[in-house]
Design a protein around this ligand. Structure first.
Ligand code: KMH
Ligand code: ZN
Length: 304
C-alpha cells in the first residue's frame, strides 16, 4: 500500500496581535502558553510557533527571559519542533525582535519577507467589527502600523541565526515577498528546502480568495521548483478553508489562536488543540496523514 503523504501542522499558539480582551481563551501566562502548546502537539501539531506575553496585561514581550519558562516545559514534555518568532510585534525594533531566537537557537524561527502596512480585518463581518474597535483601542490607538522588514533587517536576522543552525519559516504575505526570498536564495543566504508560509487575508497583504492561493503557489512553483515546502496561514475566518485548499494541493497548514480566534462563525475557539483537531480531520478526510515531529524535521531538513 502506497504510503500516504505527510502534512505538517504548525500551531501558532498566541502571537502578538490579538489581545486578551478579544478572547478569554488566548494563552497569556507562560504556564498557559506551555500547556496550550503541549496540547496542540498532542493533537497533531508537529511545529509550535511561539511568542511571549506580559502575564499582567497580555502585551507582547520579546525579552529572551520571557520565553524561558514555557520553552523549558515544552522541551521536557513534547518533542514538537519549536519555532520562535522574530516578528514579535510590529512596534518592536529588529534588534529586540531577533534576541529570543538568537538566545535560544531554536530549530526554526519565523522570518517576515517584506515590509507591509499591518491591519487586521480587511472584510468587516458582523463579528469582527466589535473586535476591530477593541484592538485599535487596546493595542494601537491608531491605524498607522508599518511592519518594517527591510532587506537589511532580513539579512541581519538571517546572518544572526543561521550561524546557530536555525532554519526559517519564511512568512510571505504577497508575491513580492516570494521574489524577496528568491533574491536571498540566489545570493546564497538561504538554503533549500525552503519552508514557505504563505499568509492570506491579513489587511496589507494578499487576499484570501482561492485565486490568491493559486497565484501564490504558482509563483512559488515557478521561482523555487521542488526546492520548497509550501504551507499556508489563513487569517481569521479563512483559516480552515485555506488549510483545506493547501492540503488538497500538496501543501502543509498552520492554525492557532495567533492567526484566528475562531472555531466557526461567531464561535470563539476554546483551545489551540481544537483548531489542530479540525485541521487534522480535513487532512485525514483527504486520505493524508499528519506528520510527526521527526517526519517534519526530515521534510524541513532541521538540525534536530
Ligand atoms: C501573520 C502572522 N502573525 C505571522 C507571524 O507569525 C509573524 C512572526 O511571528 O514572525
Ligand atoms: Zn508569529
Amino acid at each position: 500500500m502506497a504510503s500516504k503523504r505527510k502534512v505538517i501542522i504548525t500551531c501558532a499558539v498566541t502571537g502578538a496581535i490579538h489581545t486578551p480582551s478579544m478572547s478569554e481563551h488566548l494563552p497569556v501566562t507562560a504556564q498557559q502558553i506551555a500547556q496550550s502548546a503541549i496540547e496542540a502537539a498532542e493533537a497533531g501539531a508537529a511545529v509550535v510557533h511561539l511568542h511571549a506575553r506580559d502575564p499582567e496585561d497580555g502585551r507582547p514581550d520579546q525579552s529572551p527571559e520571557a520565553f524561558t519558562p514555557f520553552l523549558q516545559v515544552i522541551k521536557q514534555r513534547s518533542d514538537a519542533v519549536v519555532n520562535i518568532t522574530t516578528g514579535g510585534a510590529p512596534t518592536m525594533s529588529i534588534h529586540d525582535r531577533v534576541r529570543p531566537a538568537a538566545t535560544w537557537k531554536p530549530e526554526l524561527a519565523s522570518l517576515n519577507m517584506g515590509s507591509m502596512n499591518f491591519g487586521l480585518f480587511p472584510m468587516l463581518t458582523r463579528y469582527d467589527a466589535q473586535l476591530k474597535h477593541q484592538w485599535e483601542r487596546d493595542y494601537l490607538g491608531n491605524k498607522g502600523i508599518l511592519f518594517r522588514n527591510t532587506f537589511e533587517d532580513i539579512e541581519h536576522i538571517l546572518t544572526t541565526l543561521t550561524e546557530h543552525g536555525t532554519r526559517f519559516e519564511f512568512e510571505c504575505y504577497d508575491t513580492a515577498h516570494l521574489y524577496n526570498l528568491k533574491h536571498f536564495h540566489d545570493a546564497g543566504l538561504v538554503k533549500g528546502p525552503l519552508f514557505i508560509q504563505t499568509v492570506f487575508g491579513l489587511m496589507g497583504g494578499i487576499g484570501a480568495h482561492y485565486d490568491d492561493v493559486m497565484h501564490m503557489k504558482r509563483t512559488a512553483d515557478r521561482l523555487f521548483g521542488e526546492n520548497y515546502r509550501w504551507s499556508v496561514l489563513g487569517a481569521g475566518k479563512n483559516q480552515l478553508p485555506i488549510a483545506a485548499i493547501s492540503a488538497a494541493l500538496g501543501g502543509h497548514v498552520r492554525v492557532g489562536l495567533e492567526d484566528s480566534l475562531w472555531a466557526g462563525p461567531g464561535e470563539l475557539a476554546e483551545t489551540n488543540a481544537q483548531q489542530v483537531v479540525a485541521a487534522r480531520q480535513i487532512i485525514e478526510g483527504l486520505g493524508l496523514e499528519v506528520a510527526r515531529p521527526d517526519e517534519a524535521r526530515e521534510l524541513l531538513a532541521l538540525k534536530g
